[in-house]
Write a protein that binds this ligand. Structure first.
Ligand code: PMP
Length: 464
């Protein structure tokens, strides 16, 4: 595959005009638009075509939303079927055949222990609203108020979801250590680091003078996404499940980004075998359209009518597209495929890391992959970790874009290059992605002077 399929001699004015007007008219808080100055006009599968005629391999996938890539035929067919049927598109939270089919399909994918006795709440159509709903649910059910969340977490941008995230500024949410192998807060890493993180949590829970009252719930991501693609060890997740179950604390698994096959299992919690009390779901469950729900154990269903309301909880097109996506992933074993291909891509990334001392760590699960870019000239600390190099990471992202590859940055210092390709990516496309990334890395290293750690002047937008 050619690096960039077409590069016209002069970009059409429409393309530049749109970008110029965007920078004049849109908010200073815009995010992806800053590092990805492209104007998508057509898209199919892994490929996006810009208004300037350039084609890109899209490994951002709408921040992990597009399990089947752009405009998959089964998704388009499902949307057309609703449009052609004359069904209402907006129905608040009323029952419809489309909604009924979505719920049935979603429940088919759940761990049987949860599906047997589950309730679903349709939320406002963003992950963050479902996180808020989860908090209201567990607070009502337990009569307690506080929450426990983890360093590096990302749960959304509404007040409570933000308070539970690692970027929180003012919060009463108790923050616990998430096992981060490469930058282990206990200086050990591996299973030992995860065990110490779990002990810390147990201690906070059981020490009457810890300053943290028994919480209404604990929220965690099985793989931190925005936090830098950090998979939690299965043993740690099982410990969190034990600790919360023993103390009647509802465990909320935020699978907004990890769900629908992304990590190599349909739901990422399946790797460890745990069954949470609440699952927060969004992104891929809408098949590229906005949809968010929580699914939870019926015993928690103690809230009152209207406890979590919202106008847009009945998007029929999203439910149809989502049901089609869930069914397609399930029928075609795309979760297994993500696990196998992801493992091969990770192995190739490890080879790349051996050749580039600016790569501190590569990690991931399934098709949720991360490459942590570090200062190649800095000394490693006692655990072998070097300071993040956000400047170089931004240069890698730009060099990828120049080569027709869209990647996202994440992590504590925006220094983790993230790959979130659709689960439908072929072996050849995966090779093309990694070839472009390898080339971009070499180019960025050649053109970026060595830095001495995270620059406070590197101001990047927050991810979704
Ligand atoms: N939880 C997780 C794990 C996420 O990754 C995100 C978005 N990146 C959210 C919640 C928030 O979702 P939304 O942006 O749709 O509000």
């Amino acid at each position: 595959m050619a690096l960039t399929d077409t590069v016209p001699a002069a970009a059409p004015p429409a393309h530049e005009g749109i970008l110029r007007r965007q920078s004049l008219r849109e908010s200073a808080a815009r995010t992806y638009a800053r590092s990805l100055p492209i104007v998508p006009v057509r898209a199919r599968g892994l490929t996006i075509e810009g208004a300037d005629g350039r084609r890109y391999l899209d490994c951002l996938s709408g921040a992990g939303t597009l399990a089947l890539g752009h405009n998959h035929p089964v998704v388009l067919e499902a949307i057309r079927a609703v449009l052609d049927s004359g069904a209402p598109l907006h129905i608040l939270d009323l029952a419809t055949p489309v909604k009924d089919a979505f719920t049935t399909e979603l429940f088919t994918t759940l761990p049987p222990e949860l599906a047997e006795n589950a309730r679903i709440q349709f939320c406002g159509p963003a992950g963050t609203d479902a996180v808020e709903a989860a908090f209201t649910l567990v607070r009502t059910a337990t009569g307690r108020d506080g929450l426990m969340a983890f360093s590096g977490a990302y749960h959304g941008m509404t007040a409570e979801a933000l308070a539970a995230s690692g970027g929180a500024r003012h919060t009463s949410v108790a923050r616990l250590p998430y096992p981060y192998d490469y930058r282990c807060p206990f200086g050990t890493g591996g299973e030992r680091g995860a065990e110490l993180a779990a002990r810390w949590t147990r201690n906070v829970l059981d020490d009457e003078k810890s300053g943290v009252p028994r919480p209404a719930g604990m929220i965690l991501e099985p793989v931190q996404g925005e936090g830098g693609v950090i998979p939690a060890p299965d043993s740690w997740l099982r410990r969190m499940r034990e600790l919360t179950a023993e103390r009647q604390i509802p465990l909320i698994a935020d699978e907004v980004q990890t769900g629908v096959g992304r990590t190599g299992a349909f739901w990422a919690i399946e790797h460890s075998g745990i069954v949470p009390d609440v699952l927060v779901l969004s992104k891929a469950i809408g098949g590229s359209l906005p949809l968010a729900v929580i699914v939870y154990r019926a015993e928690l269903d103690a809230w009152q009518p209207g406890a979590h309301a919202g106008t847009f909880r009945g998007n029929q097109l999203a439910m149809a597209a989502g049901a089609a996506t869930l069914a397609y992933v399930r029928a075609n074993g795309l979760d297994r495929r993500a696990g196998e291909l992801g493992a091969r891509m990770l192995a190739r990334l490890r080879t790349l890391a051996a050749a580039h001392d600016c790569i501190g760590d590569v990690r991931g699960r399934g098709l949720m992959l991360g490459v942590e870019i570090v200062d190649r000239e800095a000394e490693a600390d006692a655990t072998g970790a070097r300071p993040a190099d956000p400047q170089l990471a931004a240069a890698v992202q730009q060099a990828c874009l120049d080569r027709g590859l869209i990647v996202e940055l994440g992590g504590r210092h925006s220094a983790v290059v993230r790959l979130l390709p659709p689960l439908t990516i072929t072996d050849e496309q995966a090779d093309a992605v990694l070839d472009r990334l390898a080339d971009a890395l070499s180019a960025a290293v050649r053109t970026t002077p060595g830095s001495t750690g995270p620059s406070p002047t590197t101001l990047r937008g927050t991810s979704a």
